[in-house]
Design a protein around this ligand. Structure first.
Ligand code: UDP
Length: 435
C-alpha cells in the first residue's frame, strides 16, 4: 500500500544563516543586548516550528528570518512543513477560510483526510523537543494525535483573524487547539470567546535586511520594474498579495479603473505569488486574468514570471501608491514592508492593518471601492503629501515592526512556556539552559 502522505513525512526546511550582529546598525545596541540577555537563558533549547509551506504567504516569510536568528542566538531550532496533497490543502484552506468566518463544508471524508495527514506526521515526529510551535490550522491536530507530549511544551500560533470563526470550523478545530499549552494570536480581538487555554499576544514583523526589504538603489529598483514590462515613467499602483478572496483582487481592479478615469496613464501591477498550501490561488488568478483580458496597462505578475523577493522590493519602492484592499486580515506583512520603503499606501481598515498604519498619519485607511479610489487619487494628486505619509510609516515600522522585536517576543514566550507547568500535564519544566 502506498504511503498516505507520499513518503516524505518530515519535510525539513533549509535556511540561510543570519547573524543578529548585522542588525545592530538598524536597531541599535540596546535592542541587541536585550535579545542576547533573553537568549542566554534559552541556550540549547530545542524548538520545532511546524507550518504548512516553506514558500508564499506571511508565515513562510516570518519563519525564514525568525528561525535563522533564533539559531544565531544559541537555540537549536528546526522548521518542518507538514506534507500534504491537493485534497488536504483544499480542506485546510477551507479551514483557514472558516477561521476567518467563511462557512465550511465538513464532510466525514474531509475530516478523515485531515486527521490522516496529521496522524502520519505525528507518527514520524521525533521526541526531545522542548517546545513545538504549530502554525495555523493545517497541523493543528498533531499534538492531540500523540499518545502523550512528555515534557514538550506545545504552542498553537494563529495568524488569521479568528474573531468570528465559522461555528462548524471552530467546533472541529477547538478540541485540537485546546490540547496545546498556549495559544498565540496577533490581537486580543482575534481570540475566540470560548477558548480555554492561556493566550499570549504577539505581532508579526518584517526583516529589514532580507532581500525583500533591504536598501535598493533607485536605479536598480527602476531597472528591475522596467524588466517586468512596466513603464517606470508612468504612474503605478500595485497590490502584493496571494490571489485570495480576503485580499479582494477584483476590487483592486475596480479601484484602478476608477482612479484611471482621473489619471489615464495609471498602470496596475497585481503581484501574486502562489503559496504551496493555497490551491485557491490559481482559480482566482484565472478569474482575474479573464477580468483584465485585453487591458495592456494591467500586469498580473506571479512568481512563475520570476517575481521573487527582489522584484517585490523594487515594486514596493517604485510604485506611486500601494494598495492592500483586504476585507479580513490577520496582520498583513505587506503593510509594514511597504511603509518600510517610505511608499504611500491605502489599506483596508480591518484586522491587523490599523495597528501598523494610522489613517492620515502614516498612510490612508479605507473601506469600499469609493473610499479606496478617492484615497488613491488623493495620493497621486499630492505626491509630496504621499511621501510625508510614507516617511511617517517608515518611523512606525522602525519602532515596532522589525524582526528583532519579534525575536525578543519569541524568546520571552519560549521562556514563559518553559517555566509554566503544562496545561494538561503536571511534569516539571524541562531544563534548557546549558549553564
Ligand atoms: N508575497 C510575495 N510575493 C507575492 C505576493 C506576496 O513575496 O507575489 C509576500 C509578501 O511580500 C509578504 C507575504 O507574501 O511577505 C504575505 O504576507 P501577508 O501577511 O501580507 O499575507 P498572507 O499571505 O500571510 O495572508
Amino acid at each position: 500500500m502506498s504511503d498516505p502522505v507520499g513518503g516524505a513525512r518530515l519535510q525539513r526546511v533549509q535556511l540561510k544563516r543570519k547573524a543578529l550582529e548585522s542588525y545592530r546598525r538598524v536597531v541599535g545596541d540596546d535592542e541587541i543586548a536585550a535579545i542576547r540577555s533573553l537568549a542566554s537563558e534559552l541556550r540549547g533549547a530545542r524548538v520545532l516550528e511546524l507550518s504548512s509551506t516553506a514558500t508564499g504567504g506571511g508565515v513562510a516569510e516570518l519563519l525564514s528570518s525568525l528561525v535563522p536568528l533564533q539559531r544565531d542566538v544559541g537555540l537549536d531550532v528546526q522548521w518542518n512543513v507538514i506534507p500534504g496533497d491537493a485534497e488536504f490543502f483544499e480542506f485546510t484552506k477551507a479551514l483557514h477560510n472558516g477561521l476567518q468566518g467563511m462557512p465550511v463544508a465538513l464532510t466525514p471524508a474531509r475530516r478523515e483526510e485531515y486527521l490522516r495527514h496529521n496522524a502520519a506526521y505525528a507518527a514520524a515526529l521525533d521526541d526531545g523537543w522542548d517546545v513545538v510551535i504549530v502554525h495555523d490550522p493545517q497541523p493543528a491536530a498533531v499534538r492531540s494525535l500523540l499518545p502523550n507530549a512528555g515534557r514538550t511544551r506545545w504552542i498553537w500560533r494563529c495568524h488569521v483573524d479568528s474573531s468570528t470563526p465559522d461555528p462548524a470550523a471552530w467546533e472541529f478545530l477547538r478540541p485540537f487547539v485546546e490540547r496545546h499549552d498556549r495559544a498565540v494570536f496577533t490581537l486580543a480581538q482575534f481570540v475566540p470567546a470560548d477558548l480555554s487555554i492561556p493566550v499570549t499576544l504577539v505581532k508579526p514583523a518584517i526583516d529589514p535586511l532580507s532581500s525583500k526589504n533591504r536598501e535598493l538603489p533607485g536605479y536598480l529598483a527602476r531597472e528591475t520594474v522596467a524588466e517586468l514590462g512596466l513603464d517606470v515613467a508612468r504612474p503605478l499602483m500595485i497590490q502584493v498579495s496571494r490571489f485570495d478572496p480576503w485580499k479582494d483582487p477584483l476590487g483592486v481592479v475596480e479601484v484602478w479603473r476608477r482612479a484611471r478615469a482621473v489619471f489615464p496613464e495609471l498602470q496596475l501591477g497585481m503581484i501574486g505569488a502562489m503559496a504551496g498550501d493555497d490551491p485557491q490561488g490559481w482559480r482566482i488568478y484565472e478569474q482575474l486574468d479573464a477580468e483584465v483580458h485585453g487591458e495592456p496597462d494591467c500586469f498580473l505578475l506571479t512568481n512563475q514570471l520570476g517575481v521573487t523577493a527582489h522584484e517585490v522590493n523594487a515594486l514596493q519602492r517604485v510604485a506611486d501608491v500601494v494598495v492592500q484592499k483586504s476585507v479580513r486580515e490577520g496582520f498583513g506583512l505587506v503593510v509594514s514592508e511597504t511603509l518600510w520603503k517610505g511608499t504611500a499606501m491605502v489599506a483596508g481598515r480591518v484586522g491587523g492593518i490599523p495597528t501598523q498604519l494610522e489613517d492620515g498619519v502614516s498612510g490612508r485607511l479605507a473601506e469600499g471601492l469609493d473610499e479606496f479610489a478617492a484615497a488613491v487619487c488623493e495620493l497621486l494628486e499630492h505626491p509630496t503629501r504621499a511621501r510625508e505619509l510614507g516617511t511617517a510609516g517608515w518611523h512606525r515600522v522602525r519602532e515596532d515592526f522589525l524582526i528583532t522585536r519579534l525575536l525578543r517576543d519569541q524568546l520571552v514566550l519560549l521562556a514563559d512556556v518553559l517555566r509554566t507547568p503544562g496545561a494538561s500535564r503536571d511534569e516539571p519544566s524541562p531544563r534548557v539552559a546549558a549553564g
